[in-house]
Design a protein. Sequence first.
Length: 59
Amino acid sequence: MVDDLLEQHRPRLLRSGISKRESLNQAKLSGKPAVAFALTSQGTQKYDALCKEISRMRT
């Protein structure tokens, strides 16, 4: 069922995904943006990829 829904809506889905990361949890607890807390973490890189994907959609 999930696979059918994914296939049906795939053209409208973003490819970037954000998974749970300890660095993102720590950034949240510290009250800082992930970019300021851990610039090179995988979580920050995933958010950067998502932002770039959204930006490409808008141009």
